[in-house]
Design a protein around this ligand. Structure first.
Ligand code: AMP
Length: 734
């Protein structure tokens, strides 16, 4: 999806350049020739690449051996010689078919043992999700509508858990100001934000039937299909197609149209020719009130509700910066041809934060709490130079300027913690920096939290430093405020970090290198400088790496003064910058489903059972209560425990049917319920943990408090396992 940006700097009626209105997603400002100039991205795994080469070599060996056989036969060579040549030919063919299987496995992404491919895995997950009503295609009894889904009971519970953790992790932790604005939005607001003119995707039409397709999707399908199904294409052709895939988001309408023609792509359903690509606005249009005179749209994002309320929120916050506002709500995008299940839908829940900050002071007081985190990052330099994502310490990324500023770094770290605590696998989560040509020109820096799923790497959270763009746009276009909505006059003092190298001492110590040391000291960020200050005060000297010298030097206390000075500044006028983390809740939840799903054999080994290993935090139901057999006394105990669980606020399910306990466990494992209390006596009960299937025995009165302590995270299962007698399940799980 993109907001297409006119390269001509045509002006809007307000005098602002259309370029300034680019909002979200991929801003096309570089010609394709520049993109072609980039090295192909690191998409092709070495094994796939070498398999394609070996396969091509094997094919030419087969052809030449085939010629040998034919020549020998034509020359009436001895039977033994012909047989030997045929045997060699057959051996080569056998090798080729083994290689084809290996290549097919490599492109399908099968596991190392070739066990399950991505599609089969996805099918298993989706079948379970639909059968257990995590989600339901909306309006199913009327054949449904593409891109619209209902969440059924467990899906609703998971979503509500994810949102309440989001509120706790972000809104509560940062004292954010939460708002709740309408979905129906008047045109003027979305005109100012740029959506009315620019919130578009490129569409092509079947020239005969008029059926619409998303142009980049058709090109994407063509490339993927060729790579995955045509094993005869050369390694070079595969690399070219992968390069096109990597650059897909950056292609202009003309470039997309040219590629579609070059590859001979036609309408998938009819094979009819396609029109040239043209932009289609993704907003659902409506009109507000009966007259039809007041046009409006269903909001495509929640952020604008915060921007238009900025002045009041700033006042509510005591006229102080920085502060953040947050909103959770529905967003609507009329996707051209929604596919990929819950990942691309026409109505979805967004959770957005707008953190307003003085553009000159983007440090964050809690930055040090996340600076040591290390995770997969994919800076633009690595993307451009065909390298893959790499584990980088966040603090290092900020201090080296890879991440533009501390506040952006702080939110990247907080998003990492949020997603991994939900249960997203940290090895299938990466933070990818936008390429320069993907970012709007006003944006200082943008990173996407991408999660790997069976559909590939999916953008689930966008984290962008959008500078002052949105507030500025509304200031100019708002018809109500007589003074600018967002220009702040800043009174009073603030703390400014002052690094003052003592040049005389540095000159004495470093002679000709003095200049480089001074520059390196002055270039320190706030955290580095404050760390140095502490070391100098405690130890008197510190080792300091000067990158322009490529070595460490010893800085002594008398060589630099580092202080935080109170600076008085009156009437500085500025527009706050905004740092915006934007979470697609449905996408996060779907990826969580895939990361949590696994299958294990039943005890008898005759069946594969599905399990979601949700952490208690997100599990739709935290606990089940089962009387082992149908018996009034056990049922009474089960009801008592159920009452205590309700009183403790633990969502649970009581099942007094006579079904075998093994079947009841399997049913709830499939819903991801982490704990099961089984009543097998009137004084004590067992508690089973879903993934290990381990059971402990506790007194009836202890059951609810133990489950509460582990679901609240006060204790781990290992803690309770160490504290209570173990119970052996015997044949119960059958
Ligand atoms: P954007 O404003 O386009 O950056 O989108 C913000 C977030 O919304 C993305 O990071 C996605 O997680 C999510 N998102 C965008 N479009 C869709 C869609 N059609 N269906 C589901 N989630 C979406």
């Amino acid at each position: 999806m993109r907001i297409l940006i006119s390269l001509v700097s045509s002006s809007t009626p307000t005098g602002l350049h259309l370029l300034s209105f680019s909002r979200r997603l991929h801003t096309k400002i570089s010609p394709f020739s520049t993109l072609i100039g980039l090295k192909p991205p690191p998409a092709m795994a070495a094994s796939e690449d070498s398999l394609r080469r070996s396969l091509a070599e094997k094919q030419s060996s087969i052809e030449s051996q085939g010629n040998t056989v034919r020549t020998l036969k034509a020359a009436n060579a001895e039977k033994a010689t012909v047989d030997e040549a045929i045997e060699k030919l057959n051996a080569l063919k056998l090798d080729k078919s083994v290689m084809e299987k290996q290549l097919q496995a490599a492109v399908n992404g099968n596991g190392p043992d070739g066990s399950i491919n991505k599609e089969a895995f996805r099918q298993a997950v989706v079948n379970t999700l639909e059968r257990r009503l995590f989600y339901i295609p909306s309006f199913k009894i009327y054949r449904g509508v593409a891109g619209l889904y209902d969440y059924g009971p467990p899906g609703c519970a998971v979503k509500s858990n994810v949102l309440s953790f989001w509120r706790q992790h972000f809104v509560l932790e940062e004292n954010m100001l939460e708002v709740d604005c309408p979905c129906v939005t008047p045109e003027a607001v979305l005109k100012a934000s740029g959506h009315v003119d620019k919130f578009t995707d490129l569409m092509v039409k079947d020239e005969k039937t008029g059926t619409c397709y998303r142009a980049d999707h058709l090109l994407k399908d063509f490339c993927n299909e060729k790579i995955q199904k045509d094993l005869t294409i050369s390694a070079e052709k595969a690399a070219e197609l992968k390069h096109v895939l990597a650059m897909l988001d950056d292609l202009s309408a003309e470039e997309l149209g040219a590629k579609i023609k070059e590859y001979g792509i036609t309408a998938p359903d009819t094979k009819n020719p396609l029109s040239d690509p043209y932009p289609f606005n993704l907003m659902f249009q409506t009109s507000i009130g009966p007259s039809g005179l007041s046009p409006g749209y269903m909001r495509p994002e929640t952020a604008q509700g915060i921007f238009v309320n900025f002045k009041d929120l700033y006042y509510y916050n005591g006229n102080k910066l920085p502060f953040a506002a947050a909103q959770i709500g529905q967003a609507f995008r009329n996707e051209i041809s929604p596919r990929q299940g819950l990942l691309r839908v026409r109505e979805f829940t967004l959770a957005e934060i707008e953190h307003f900050v003085d553009p000159e002071y983007k440090s964050h007081p809690k930055y040090s709490e996340v600076a040591d985190l290390e995770f997969l990052m994919f800076p633009r330099e690595r993307q451009i130079s065909a390298q893959s994502a790499k584990k980088i310490q966040l603090g290092e990324a900020v201090s080296k300027g890879i991440v533009n500023n501390e506040t952006l770094g702080y939110f990247i770290g907080r998003v990492y913690l949020f997603l991994t605590r939900l249960g997203i696998d940290k090895d299938r989560l990466r933070f990818r920096q936008h390429l320069a040509n993907e970012m709007a020109h006003y944006a200082a820096d943008c990173w996407d939290a991408e999660i790997e799923s069976s559909y590939g790497w999916i953008e689930c959270v966008g984290i962008a430093d959008r500078s002052a763009y949105d507030l500025h746009a509304h200031t100019v276009l708002s018809t109500v405020y007589d003074r600018p909505l967002q220009y702040l006059t800043f009174y009073g003092g603030y703390q400014k970090l002052v690094i003052a190298p003592v040049k005389k001492e540095l000159g004495l110590a470093f002679k000709g290198n003095q200049k480089k040391v001074v520059e390196a000291l002055e270039a320190m960020n706030e955290k580095e400088a404050l760390d140095m200050k502490v070391s100098l005060e405690t130890k008197g000297e510190v080792e300091f790496y000067v990158c322009t010298l490529g070595e460490n030097v010893t800085i002594k206390k008398n060589m630099v003064s580092i202080s935080k000075e109170k600076k008085k500044e009156h009437q500085r006028t500025f527009t706050p910058s905004v740092i915006e983390p934007s979470f697609g809740i449905g996408r996060i939840i779907y990826c969580l489903y895939e990361h949590s799903f696994y299958m294990r054999p039943s005890k008898a080994g005759d069946e594969q059972l599905n399990v979601f290993r949700f952490p208690p935090l997100v599990a739709p139901i935290k606990c089940t209560v089962f009387p082992l057999v149908q018996n009034q006394q056990y049922e009474n105990v089960a009801k008592i425990i159920s009452k205590s669980l309700t009183a403790a606020g633990i969502s649970h399910k009581i099942d007094i049917t006579g079904t075998s306990i093994g079947k009841r466990y399997a049913r709830t494992d499939e819903l991801g319920v982490p704990f099961a209390i089984t009543v097998d006596s009137i004084s004590s009960v067992t508690i089973r943990e879903r993934d290990s299937k381990d059971q402990i025995r506790v007194d009836v009165e202890e059951a609810a408090p133990v489950v509460k302590s582990v679901t609240d995270g006060h204790r781990t299962w290992a803690d309770v396992w160490a504290s209570f007698p173990h119970h052996s399940s015997g044949s119960a799980e059958d």
